[in-house]
Design a protein around this ligand. Structure first.
Ligand code: SF4
Ligand code: SF4
Length: 904
């Protein structure tokens, strides 16, 4: 398309057909003021502040909504334009008056700023304030809504309805009585608001603001530090505002590549924990049943002496380390390096074992790489999105936001396969509510229909895949009727879903721990890989098999070698050539034996085989299955060191506790679920005597006689790049802005948005026949209910961080056991009643609540609450291939306790 030539303020410029006057002016550095306009929102043209003169005597045009035309002459700042803008702004100020003498610096208010730019005298406005003051809604623990500051620009409504798709905000009444309301006119707290704060971020006048205590106000007076969210694997870019060593506010960075300014409630409001009074500020040594504070010299010497003594006495394989999916890449790299060089063992693992080990094994086997195949934003252009085993709105809210935008703005079809009626089901074209643990049967059933219909991609399979015939034979028995009997999904729905998925030009599969946390976790992943291969939905944009990783840096911890069988970059410890390269790089002989996994380390501790354990930033006494077994195992150790920022449940049983720092106190990188390596930047100094974890690791290695000296965290990344081919082109200067998606093998490589474009990492992809096998434990007469565990939007993982954030605690203060209405009736329960839930491994006590999400017979318990630790119930039966425990299926009994609702 040829360019269009226009003249703006006497300057000849060019734009593309369809571009607005505002877009072309901004592209050429010509400022036109706006209020209702925001680049992330649909154009509304409501406020008319952006009017410009295009030479029509009868009217001015709104620059935000008027397309350029060839030869157009535009004047953006004539006396006529300024008169019109002054009138508009004066009317807005009558509706929403501003303080003529605000405190310095004044709080953000685009109308006041515009009035000043236009030369309006705020003390002598032409129109008096209109109407009586309206009540302020401060019901939410995180947001204040003051309608007296509202100019009805509609940005908050678009933000809520079209960006985040929560559909909470709306307009009520007409004319001068018009107001923005939540829900049907309720308080924000009761309206279904999920506290994402998108409306706050996009409100130009402060009518919607963060609810901040006085000491945290005036955040706008500070320069932000741009960094990466410490919670989930989406990797949203945050701007931290800091005063006196404290984070006083957080905003989504509008240039953030994954979030484009949006955040969820945790990323935006979940930062109090950083400076919590509970933070560990000094090393602690156990003395009997209590801890005493000691200095760093004593702590590091004690750790080094004890680990070396155990190594001398019992051999290197009596030691082990658990790295951290919350710590940076640099820290995880140094941690596994310390375990491999100083301990002399490959017994190093981390919580990926408990979430996505089957993904690494399954996708590694099928495609040659165990990572998310595509990029997050590509979901916007998918025709069909199959979401399975992922409660995305709760666990990866910003990815859920893109899914809903794909459905409501881009006409994608959503196919949800989940035993629970999760929120996404409300937006889905089809819901496959299969029984827990029947995933392989369901996916084989879909593929049976696709094969029967001849709707598979013959050319793709012939050119790029192996083992098709054996696979095709393996799904033959899975007719829709057979699968319906196993899964409970009607045969016709299975056919419909198969045809919907197969008919898409671009179909993306998204999955998470509902798929992986099973004794058949690897088979489940392999079945999904088969489905994508069968229809040629891999190796192209907006397709693929996309595991959503739970922690901020679980992907990175795997990438840099915090795994027992591979060095950084998934290079096998058993490969003599690879091992020799690492021996040369690190200057020591390395163990040729595959180490123990996290679950095996716990078992080995319980039998006395592991004597010394170093845990960095993990809390297995909340996150592992069968907690009573884990506790007994840790208590049997000769020496346990826990490095953390809080005295977690695990730290409480340690012999030595080393205080690390939060994400806000150090430099480094996280790698998100889409393989994007992003910067983490220090915003505040370490609290007390705590130290950045990477420095603690270097100091400890020195004491153990191995030199690990780096001047800064970026020097660690330079070493990672030297020994890790997929990170070969990564350096801090190249990570400015959008970061880089691996593989990025050299300094000229731009990174890789989607994998397997012309060639799979293993050459050809391989189909793998997988057969349905039931879960390890199913309900019976003694334990008649099926337990599923998971996360809530407002809390994260073991609750160590989010339960120390006042606002998040207020939003969700306690564990609630979720039960179906039928089960509540059968058990004679009402909301708030206390129940004991028990399995063959333990018991907990909590209140119940009725939930539409759970089908009859299925009980859901979040695992964030130490008072009711769901993992004392879960089953530690393992998937044979990946060693992940079966968190998602366990048999439990529920008994009402003799305390009525409200009495506790
Ligand atoms: S916080 Fe989010 S959900 Fe709540 S009203 Fe604002 S945009 Fe809507
Ligand atoms: S979606 Fe994830 S990364 Fe983004 S703000 Fe929320 S918790 Fe942080």
């Amino acid at each position: 398309m040829s360019d269009i030539e226009v003249t703006i303020d006497g300057k000849t410029v060019h734009g593309k057909p369809g571009q607005t006057i505002l877009q072309v002016a901004e592209a050429h550095g010509i400022h036109i003021p706006t209020l209702c306009h925001h680049p992330r929102l649909p154009v509304s043209g409501a406020c008319r502040v952006c009017v410009v003169d295009v030479g029509r005597p009868d009217r001015l045009e709104a620059a935000c909504s008027t397309p350029i035309q060839d030869g157009m002459t535009i004047t953006t700042n004539s006396p006529r334009v300024r008169r019109s803008r002054r009138m508009t702004v004066a009317l807005l100020l009558a509706r929403a008056p501003v303080d003529a003498a605000p405190p310095e610096p004044p709080p953000p208010n685009a109308v006041r700023d515009l009035a000043r730019d236009l030369g309006l005298d705020l003390d002598r406005l032409p129109f008096p304030p209109a109407g009586p003051r309206k009540p302020v809604d401060a019901s939410s623990p995180v947001i204040v809504h003051d309608p007296n500051k509202c100019i009805l620009c509609g940005r908050c409504i678009s933000a809520c309805n079209e960006v985040q798709n929560h559909r909470v905000l709306n307009l009520q009444h007409r004319g001068s009585r018009t107001v923005v309301i939540a829900g049907l006119g309720q308080l924000l707290l009761d309206s279904g608001c999920v506290s994402c704060g998108e409306c706050v971020q996009l409100c130009p006048t402060g009518a919607l603001t963060e609810k901040l205590p006085p000491e945290k106000e005036r955040w706008w007076d500070r320069d932000p530090v741009t960094t990466t969210c410490p919670y989930c694997g989406v990797g949203c870019t945050l701007d931290l505002y800091v005063a006196d060593g404290t984070i006083v506010n957080v905003r989504g960075n509008e240039a953030g590549v994954e979030n484009r300014g949006s955040l969820c409630v945790k990323g935006r409001f979940g930062y109090d924990y950083v400076t919590s009074p509970d933070r560990l500020r000094t090393p602690l040594r156990r003395r009997g049943d209590h801890f005493e504070a000691i200095g760093w010299d004593d702590a590091l010497q004690l750790a080094a002496d004890k680990f070396m003594e155990l190594k001398r006495t019992y051999g290197p394989d009596a030691l082990a380390g658990l790295a951290s999916a919350k710590c940076t890449n640099e820290e995880n790299y140094l941690f596994q390096k310390l375990v491999r060089t100083c301990f002399g063992t490959n017994n190093v693992d981390h919580c990926a074992r408990l979430c996505h080990a089957p993904t690494v094994v399954g996708l590694g086997h099928a495609f040659g790489s165990g990572a998310m195949t595509n990029s997050i934003h590509e979901l916007l252009d998918a025709d069909v999105i199959l979401v399975t085993g992922s409660n995305t709105t709760e666990n990866h809210p910003i990815i859920a936001m893109y899914m809903l935008q794909a459905v409501h703005t881009h006409s994608a079809q959503l196919l949800v396969a989940d035993p629970r009626k999760i929120r996404l089901v409300d937006h889905a074209a089809l819901w496959l509510n299969h029984r827990s643990g029947t995933d392989v049967a369901l996916f084989n059933g879909l593929m049976h229909v696709i094969l029967e219909d001849h709707a598979f991609d013959h050319a793709f399979i012939a050119a790029r895949c192996e083992n098709f015939d054996a696979f095709a034979a393996s799904v033959k028995p899975y007719t829709p009727d057979v699968v319906a009997a196993i899964t409970g999904v009607p045969a016709e729905t299975i056919r419909e879903a198969a045809r919907l998925y197969a008919s898409a030009d671009k179909a993306a599969i998204v999955f998470s721990m509902g798929i992986t946390q099973h004794t058949t976790g690897t088979d489940n992943v392999l079945a999904l890989a088969n489905l994508a291969l069968l229809t040629g939905n891999v190796g192209r944009a907006s397709t693929g098999v996309n595991p959503l990783r739970g922690h901020n840096n679980v992907q990175g911890a795997c990438d840099v070698g915090a795994l027992p069988d591979v060095y950084p970059g998934y290079q096998r410890v058993t490969d003599d050539g690879v091992r020799k390269r690492f021996e040369d790089a690190w200057g020591v002989a390395l163990s040729p034996h595959v180490g123990l996994t996290e679950t095996e380390i716990v078992d080995a501790a319980s039998t006395g085989q592991i004597k010394g354990l170093y845990i960095m930033g993990e809390n297995p006494l909340m996150s592992s299955p069968n907690l009573n077994h884990v506790k007994a195992a840790l208590q049997r150790l000769d020496f346990l060191v826990v490095q953390d920022i809080f005295l977690s449940e695990t730290a409480q049983v340690a012999d030595l506790v080393l205080p690390g720092v939060s994400f806000a106190e150090k430099n480094g990188t996280f790698t998100n679920t889409a393989r994007r390596i992003q910067r983490v930047r220090q915003a505040i100094p370490p609290l007390g005597a705590s130290r950045p974890d990477w420095q603690i690791l270097c100091h400890l290695a020195e004491r153990m006689g191995y030199s690990m000296t780096y001047p800064t965290a970026d020097a660690v990344m330079d070493e990672i790049a030297r020994v890790t081919p997929i990170y070969g082109g990564v350096s801090y200067d190249r990570l400015e802005g959008a970061g880089l998606q691996w593989p990025c093998p050299d300094h000229h490589h731009p990174g890789t948005p989607y994998l397997h474009k012309d060639r799979f990492s293993r050459g050809k992809a391989v189909f793998t026949p997988v057969a349905y096998t039931p879960p390890a434990e199913l309900p019976d007469a003694e334990y008649p209910y099926l337990l599923s565990t998971g996360r809530l939007l407002q809390h994260f993982h073991t609750g160590t961080l989010t339960r120390r954030v006042a606002a998040l605690r207020t939003l969700v203060p306690e564990c609630l056991v979720e039960l179906n209405a039928q089960d509540m009736t059968d058990l004679k329960l009402a909301d708030g009643d206390l129940v004991q839930v028990s399995s063959r491994r333990g018991a907990l006590v909590a209140k119940v609540k009725q939930s539409e999400a759970s089908p009859p017979g299925l009980v859901f318990i979040p695992f964030h609450f130490h008072e009711a630790p769901a993992n004392c119930l879960t089953n530690d039966a393992l998937d044979a291939q990946s060693k992940i425990p079966e968190f998602k299926v366990a048999a439990v009994r529920i008994e009402k306790l003799p305390v009525e609702a409200g009495d506790t």
